[in-house]
Design a protein around this ligand. Structure first.
Ligand code: IPE
Ligand code: IPE
Ligand code: MG
Length: 252
Protein backbone atom coordinates (compact mmCIF):
# COMPACT_ATOMS: atom_id res chain seq x y z
CA UNK A 1 0.00 0.00 0.00
CA UNK A 2 1.07 3.61 -0.49
CA UNK A 3 3.57 5.20 1.85
CA UNK A 4 2.47 7.07 4.94
CA UNK A 5 1.91 10.79 4.61
CA UNK A 6 1.42 12.96 7.63
CA UNK A 7 -0.99 15.37 6.02
CA UNK A 8 -3.84 15.66 8.45
CA UNK A 9 -7.39 15.57 7.12
CA UNK A 10 -9.08 18.79 8.11
CA UNK A 11 -12.69 19.43 7.27
CA UNK A 12 -12.60 23.12 8.22
CA UNK A 13 -12.46 24.45 4.66
CA UNK A 14 -13.71 21.88 2.22
CA UNK A 15 -13.24 22.86 -1.41
CA UNK A 16 -16.73 21.92 -2.26
CA UNK A 17 -18.69 22.26 0.96
CA UNK A 18 -22.20 21.90 -0.34
CA UNK A 19 -24.51 22.31 2.61
CA UNK A 20 -26.91 20.14 0.64
CA UNK A 21 -24.31 17.38 0.22
CA UNK A 22 -24.44 14.13 2.19
CA UNK A 23 -22.87 14.27 5.63
CA UNK A 24 -22.82 10.51 6.00
CA UNK A 25 -22.08 8.29 2.99
CA UNK A 26 -22.25 4.50 3.30
CA UNK A 27 -20.77 2.30 0.58
CA UNK A 28 -21.39 -1.33 -0.32
CA UNK A 29 -18.02 -2.02 -1.93
CA UNK A 30 -19.01 -4.72 -4.40
CA UNK A 31 -17.45 -6.16 -7.55
CA UNK A 32 -13.92 -7.12 -6.48
CA UNK A 33 -14.38 -10.71 -7.68
CA UNK A 34 -15.64 -9.71 -11.13
CA UNK A 35 -12.86 -7.13 -11.45
CA UNK A 36 -10.29 -9.88 -10.88
CA UNK A 37 -12.11 -12.36 -13.10
CA UNK A 38 -12.08 -9.85 -15.98
CA UNK A 39 -8.29 -9.87 -15.68
CA UNK A 40 -8.01 -13.64 -15.45
CA UNK A 41 -6.81 -13.39 -11.85
CA UNK A 42 -8.01 -15.03 -8.60
CA UNK A 43 -10.73 -13.28 -6.58
CA UNK A 44 -8.27 -12.26 -3.87
CA UNK A 45 -6.40 -10.16 -6.41
CA UNK A 46 -9.60 -8.11 -6.70
CA UNK A 47 -9.94 -7.82 -2.93
CA UNK A 48 -6.41 -6.43 -2.68
CA UNK A 49 -7.16 -3.90 -5.41
CA UNK A 50 -10.38 -3.00 -3.57
CA UNK A 51 -8.53 -2.41 -0.31
CA UNK A 52 -6.10 -0.05 -2.04
CA UNK A 53 -9.05 1.97 -3.33
CA UNK A 54 -10.26 2.73 0.19
CA UNK A 55 -7.50 5.22 0.94
CA UNK A 56 -8.34 7.54 -1.97
CA UNK A 57 -12.01 7.50 -1.07
CA UNK A 58 -11.38 8.29 2.60
CA UNK A 59 -9.05 11.13 1.69
CA UNK A 60 -11.41 12.84 -0.73
CA UNK A 61 -14.33 12.96 1.72
CA UNK A 62 -13.55 16.45 3.11
CA UNK A 63 -13.58 17.83 -0.42
CA UNK A 64 -17.25 16.91 -0.70
CA UNK A 65 -18.24 17.81 2.84
CA UNK A 66 -18.58 14.14 3.86
CA UNK A 67 -17.86 13.79 7.56
CA UNK A 68 -18.90 10.16 8.06
CA UNK A 69 -17.94 7.33 5.73
CA UNK A 70 -19.15 3.80 6.43
CA UNK A 71 -17.89 0.93 4.29
CA UNK A 72 -19.12 -2.65 4.02
CA UNK A 73 -16.09 -4.93 4.08
CA UNK A 74 -17.48 -8.35 5.06
CA UNK A 75 -21.05 -9.45 5.66
CA UNK A 76 -22.47 -12.08 8.01
CA UNK A 77 -23.41 -13.96 4.82
CA UNK A 78 -19.89 -13.85 3.35
CA UNK A 79 -18.95 -16.87 5.51
CA UNK A 80 -20.68 -18.89 2.78
CA UNK A 81 -17.65 -18.34 0.52
CA UNK A 82 -14.78 -20.80 0.12
CA UNK A 83 -12.31 -21.23 2.95
CA UNK A 84 -9.56 -19.94 0.67
CA UNK A 85 -11.40 -16.68 0.00
CA UNK A 86 -12.45 -16.22 3.65
CA UNK A 87 -8.98 -16.76 5.07
CA UNK A 88 -7.49 -14.57 2.34
CA UNK A 89 -9.91 -11.79 3.26
CA UNK A 90 -9.19 -12.15 6.99
CA UNK A 91 -5.47 -11.90 6.40
CA UNK A 92 -6.06 -8.91 4.10
CA UNK A 93 -8.00 -7.17 6.90
CA UNK A 94 -5.17 -7.82 9.36
CA UNK A 95 -2.63 -6.52 6.89
CA UNK A 96 -4.72 -3.49 5.99
CA UNK A 97 -5.11 -2.48 9.64
CA UNK A 98 -1.41 -2.93 10.44
CA UNK A 99 -0.29 -1.01 7.36
CA UNK A 100 -2.81 1.81 7.53
CA UNK A 101 -2.85 2.36 11.31
CA UNK A 102 -0.19 5.06 11.31
CA UNK A 103 -1.53 6.92 8.27
CA UNK A 104 -5.11 6.91 9.56
CA UNK A 105 -4.01 8.15 12.98
CA UNK A 106 -1.88 10.94 11.48
CA UNK A 107 -4.54 11.96 9.01
CA UNK A 108 -7.11 12.71 11.68
CA UNK A 109 -9.36 9.78 10.74
CA UNK A 110 -11.37 8.22 13.53
CA UNK A 111 -11.95 4.56 12.85
CA UNK A 112 -14.71 2.42 14.29
CA UNK A 113 -15.80 -1.12 13.50
CA UNK A 114 -19.37 -2.39 13.45
CA UNK A 115 -20.48 -6.01 13.28
CA UNK A 116 -20.17 -9.05 15.49
CA UNK A 117 -16.58 -9.58 16.62
CA UNK A 118 -17.26 -12.93 18.26
CA UNK A 119 -16.70 -14.96 15.10
CA UNK A 120 -13.50 -13.12 14.13
CA UNK A 121 -10.08 -14.43 15.11
CA UNK A 122 -8.42 -13.02 18.20
CA UNK A 123 -5.49 -11.43 16.36
CA UNK A 124 -7.81 -9.52 14.03
CA UNK A 125 -10.01 -8.34 16.92
CA UNK A 126 -6.91 -7.16 18.75
CA UNK A 127 -5.85 -5.09 15.73
CA UNK A 128 -9.36 -3.65 15.39
CA UNK A 129 -9.34 -2.63 19.07
CA UNK A 130 -5.89 -1.10 18.62
CA UNK A 131 -6.91 0.92 15.56
CA UNK A 132 -10.02 2.22 17.34
CA UNK A 133 -7.92 3.15 20.34
CA UNK A 134 -5.14 4.81 18.28
CA UNK A 135 -7.62 7.02 16.45
CA UNK A 136 -10.15 7.74 19.19
CA UNK A 137 -9.13 11.39 19.62
CA UNK A 138 -9.41 12.15 15.88
CA UNK A 139 -12.29 14.09 14.49
CA UNK A 140 -11.52 14.82 10.83
CA UNK A 141 -13.34 11.94 9.15
CA UNK A 142 -15.33 9.26 10.94
CA UNK A 143 -14.56 6.03 9.10
CA UNK A 144 -16.69 3.07 10.11
CA UNK A 145 -15.79 -0.36 8.77
CA UNK A 146 -18.53 -2.99 8.76
CA UNK A 147 -16.81 -6.33 9.33
CA UNK A 148 -18.84 -9.47 9.95
CA UNK A 149 -21.76 -7.11 9.81
CA UNK A 150 -25.38 -7.90 8.96
CA UNK A 151 -28.32 -5.58 9.56
CA UNK A 152 -30.56 -8.36 10.82
CA UNK A 153 -27.83 -9.74 13.06
CA UNK A 154 -27.25 -6.26 14.46
CA UNK A 155 -30.95 -5.76 15.24
CA UNK A 156 -31.12 -9.24 16.82
CA UNK A 157 -28.06 -8.55 19.01
CA UNK A 158 -29.46 -5.14 19.96
CA UNK A 159 -32.81 -6.68 20.86
CA UNK A 160 -31.12 -9.26 23.04
CA UNK A 161 -29.34 -6.54 25.05
CA UNK A 162 -32.49 -4.46 25.21
CA UNK A 163 -34.44 -7.48 26.51
CA UNK A 164 -31.76 -8.03 29.16
CA UNK A 165 -32.18 -4.41 30.31
CA UNK A 166 -35.94 -4.85 30.46
CA UNK A 167 -35.54 -8.11 32.40
CA UNK A 168 -33.20 -6.47 34.89
CA UNK A 169 -35.53 -3.49 35.32
CA UNK A 170 -33.15 -0.92 33.78
CA UNK A 171 -35.58 -0.20 30.94
CA UNK A 172 -39.33 -0.30 31.05
CA UNK A 173 -41.24 -1.82 28.08
CA UNK A 174 -43.13 1.51 27.75
CA UNK A 175 -39.82 3.22 27.01
CA UNK A 176 -38.97 1.00 24.03
CA UNK A 177 -39.40 3.26 21.01
CA UNK A 178 -37.64 4.68 17.93
CA UNK A 179 -35.35 6.76 20.15
CA UNK A 180 -34.28 4.11 22.64
CA UNK A 181 -33.91 1.06 20.38
CA UNK A 182 -31.13 2.51 18.17
CA UNK A 183 -29.05 3.14 21.28
CA UNK A 184 -28.48 -0.61 21.31
CA UNK A 185 -27.33 -0.78 17.69
CA UNK A 186 -23.61 -0.97 16.78
CA UNK A 187 -24.02 2.44 15.13
CA UNK A 188 -25.41 4.18 18.23
CA UNK A 189 -22.87 7.01 18.06
CA UNK A 190 -23.31 7.67 14.33
CA UNK A 191 -25.89 9.71 12.45
CA UNK A 192 -28.03 7.80 9.94
CA UNK A 193 -26.54 7.57 6.44
CA UNK A 194 -27.79 10.21 4.00
CA UNK A 195 -26.52 8.44 0.90
CA UNK A 196 -25.93 4.71 0.35
CA UNK A 197 -23.87 3.80 -2.70
CA UNK A 198 -23.53 0.30 -4.12
CA UNK A 199 -20.97 -0.43 -6.79
CA UNK A 200 -20.95 -3.25 -9.39
CA UNK A 201 -24.44 -2.86 -10.84
CA UNK A 202 -26.35 -4.90 -8.26
CA UNK A 203 -29.50 -3.15 -7.08
CA UNK A 204 -29.89 -4.62 -3.60
CA UNK A 205 -28.70 -3.73 -0.14
CA UNK A 206 -27.60 -7.21 1.01
CA UNK A 207 -28.41 -6.71 4.69
CA UNK A 208 -26.54 -3.41 5.10
CA UNK A 209 -27.67 -0.80 7.67
CA UNK A 210 -31.32 -1.90 7.53
CA UNK A 211 -32.60 0.24 10.40
CA UNK A 212 -30.35 3.22 9.74
CA UNK A 213 -31.07 3.58 6.01
CA UNK A 214 -34.82 4.01 6.37
CA UNK A 215 -34.63 7.46 4.73
CA UNK A 216 -31.28 7.26 2.95
CA UNK A 217 -31.02 8.09 -0.74
CA UNK A 218 -29.59 5.24 -2.84
CA UNK A 219 -27.21 5.23 -5.77
CA UNK A 220 -26.36 2.10 -7.72
CA UNK A 221 -23.42 2.43 -10.07
CA UNK A 222 -22.11 -0.13 -12.56
CA UNK A 223 -18.50 0.68 -11.63
CA UNK A 224 -16.73 -2.24 -9.95
CA UNK A 225 -15.32 -1.23 -6.56
CA UNK A 226 -11.59 -1.33 -7.53
CA UNK A 227 -12.41 1.18 -10.30
CA UNK A 228 -14.47 3.56 -8.13
CA UNK A 229 -12.80 6.98 -8.00
CA UNK A 230 -13.02 10.15 -5.95
CA UNK A 231 -14.45 11.85 -9.06
CA UNK A 232 -17.33 9.41 -9.13
CA UNK A 233 -17.98 9.95 -5.43
CA UNK A 234 -18.03 13.69 -6.12
CA UNK A 235 -20.54 13.22 -8.92
CA UNK A 236 -22.84 11.13 -6.71
CA UNK A 237 -22.56 13.67 -3.88
CA UNK A 238 -23.56 16.49 -6.24
CA UNK A 239 -26.47 14.42 -7.53
CA UNK A 240 -27.56 13.86 -3.94
CA UNK A 241 -27.54 17.64 -3.44
CA UNK A 242 -30.10 18.06 -6.21
CA UNK A 243 -32.61 15.66 -4.68
CA UNK A 244 -35.48 16.70 -2.50
CA UNK A 245 -35.77 14.67 0.69
CA UNK A 246 -39.29 14.87 2.02
CA UNK A 247 -39.19 12.37 4.92
CA UNK A 248 -42.86 11.66 4.41
CA UNK A 249 -43.95 15.29 4.32
CA UNK A 250 -45.23 17.32 1.37
CA UNK A 251 -42.86 19.71 -0.43
CA UNK A 252 -43.34 23.34 0.43
C1 IPE B 1 -17.17 -7.35 -2.55
O1 IPE B 1 -16.76 -7.91 -3.74
C2 IPE B 1 -16.25 -7.67 -1.41
C3 IPE B 1 -16.82 -8.65 -0.44
C4 IPE B 1 -18.05 -9.06 -0.43
C5 IPE B 1 -15.92 -9.16 0.58
P1 IPE B 1 -17.23 -9.36 -4.18
O2 IPE B 1 -16.24 -10.36 -3.67
O3 IPE B 1 -18.63 -9.64 -3.73
O4 IPE B 1 -17.15 -9.25 -5.75
P2 IPE B 1 -18.16 -9.88 -6.80
O5 IPE B 1 -19.54 -9.43 -6.44
O6 IPE B 1 -18.04 -11.38 -6.70
O7 IPE B 1 -17.70 -9.35 -8.11
C1 IPE C 1 -22.26 -7.30 -0.04
O1 IPE C 1 -21.74 -7.88 -1.20
C2 IPE C 1 -21.28 -7.41 1.09
C3 IPE C 1 -20.07 -6.60 0.95
C4 IPE C 1 -19.83 -5.73 0.01
C5 IPE C 1 -19.11 -6.77 2.00
P1 IPE C 1 -22.04 -9.38 -1.61
O2 IPE C 1 -21.33 -9.63 -2.88
O3 IPE C 1 -21.74 -10.29 -0.48
O4 IPE C 1 -23.62 -9.38 -1.81
P2 IPE C 1 -24.56 -10.34 -2.67
O5 IPE C 1 -24.21 -11.75 -2.30
O6 IPE C 1 -24.28 -10.08 -4.11
O7 IPE C 1 -25.95 -9.95 -2.28
MG1 MG D 1 -20.41 -9.32 -4.60
Amino acid sequence: MASVSNTSIDTAEPEEQASSGPRHVAIIMDGNGRWAQARGRPRLFGHHAGARRVREIVECCPQYGVKYLTIFAFSTENWKRTQVEISGLMSLFRRYISKEMKALALRNVRVRFIGDRLRLDAKLVQLMDELEHETEANEGIHLTIALNYGGRDEVARATKRLAQDVASGQLSPEDVNEETLPRYLDTHVLPDPDLVIRTSGEARISNFLLWQSAYAEYEFTDTLWPDFTSEELGRLCRKFGSRERRFGAVST
